[in-house]
Design a protein around this ligand. Structure first.
Ligand SMILES: Nc1ncnc2c1ncn2[C@@H]1O[C@H](COP(=O)(O)OP(=O)(O)OP(=O)(O)O)[C@@H](O)[C@H]1O
Ligand SMILES: Cc1ncsc1CCO
Ligand SMILES: [Mg+2]
Length: 278
């Protein structure tokens, strides 16, 4: 079987397993998009739980099949919550997804993101500017300390983050997903570029955050690379379908959740992607 076929088989298996087993992936995520993250996780067949406090995050790290950490809106309690949660996830071999939202803003965000380096997330998901900046913070190839991070939106093209993504995956041994008009997913030896989606995804907040939460759901049932590609593929398919029905961003978001829910395993695996072996 070709590599592409193997990957598609993995995608189908991940989608079916999640729908059959309703796995829980707990989250500590930002207050802007927390509801959308939970709804997207439920729509693909997972179970969601969101917490803030240190002991509750430790509980979720142990109870779930995977977890999601997103540093979008920090409060002082996260200084205690996040390192302990990441340490447990790493020590118990649980896959976890890191979304380094708005890296570069503030001391606490920088310190926390630096703390995560030894805890090797199975998936790092971010837009191009965030991936370049995280590689810079972690002292890896392709990164710059002063990347174009301005806030939560990307100022760089996805292809500009390719070297940083490969270097980050080389460090963690997991996968890195760079989102944008096209999405790049790599495990350090294969690069997949996934197509589809809609310009409306830039007009609603949380398409990236919820994608990270959905990747965590799939990571309960697949490798980081397959989980990241499965999440990206269902987002690109559902985004494309929702855009055909939408009149604007608000109706797009409603249709998008419906399309996430309705997408069939084979259709998700057939959503167009290219692969390149490094
Ligand atoms: N112009 C576009 N055309 C098609 N799809 C897009 C476009 N922009 C983003 N997407 C899709 O939106 C999803 C989220 O990617 P995006 O880069 O917007 O994340 P993000 O900037 O981290 O979002 P947020 O921080 O608001 O959650 C991905 O599935 C991506 O493919
Ligand atoms: C808009 C925004 N601000 C902090 S987190 C967040 C959600 C998108 O990343
Ligand atoms: Mg984001």
């Amino acid at each position: 079987m070709s590599l592409k076929r193997d990957i598609q088989t993995g995608i189908i298996h991940a989608v079916e397993t999640v729908r059959q087993t309703n796995p829980m992936a707990g989250s500590v995520t930002n207050s802007v998009t927390i509801n959308f993250v939970a709804n997207a996780q439920l729509a693909v067949g997972g179970s969601a739980a969101m917490v803030y406090l240190p002991d509750e995050a430790q509980f979720l790290a142990q109870a779930g099949g995977a977890a999601y950490i997103n540093v979008g809106t920090l409060t002082p309690v996260y200084e205690k919550t996040l390192p302990g949660m990441a340490e447990i996830l790493h020590n118990t071999g649980k896959p976890w997804v890191l979304d380094p939202v708005a890296i570069g803003i503030g001391d606490l965000r920088t310190r926390l993101l630096q703390t995560f380096k030894p805890y090797k997330p199975a998936i790092i998901r971010g837009n191009a500017s965030e991936i370049i900046a995280l590689a810079g913070l972690w002292g890896l190839a392709g990164g710059t300390k002063t990347s174009n991070v301005r806030g939560v939106d990307s100022q760089d093209s996805v292809s500009a983050a390719k070297v940083a993504a490969v270097a980050l995956a080389g460090w963690t041994g997991g996968a890195v997903a760079v989102s944008g008009k096209q999405d790049l997913i790599t495990d350090g030896s294969v690069i997949a570029v996934s197509h589809g989606g809609s310009h409306f995804m830039e007009k609603i907040t949380g398409s990236g955050c919820s994608l990270g939460g959905v990747m965590a759901v799939y990571a309960t049932a697949a490798s980081g690379f397959i989980a990241a590609l499965t999440g990206t593929a269902v987002y690109n398919l559902a985004g494309c379908r929702a855009a055909e029905k939408a009149d604007g961003p608000a109706s797009f978001q409603v249709h998008f959740l419906d399309e996430l829910y309705k997408a069939k395993p084979r259709e998700i695996a057939d959503n167009p992607f290219d692969i390149e072996e490094i």
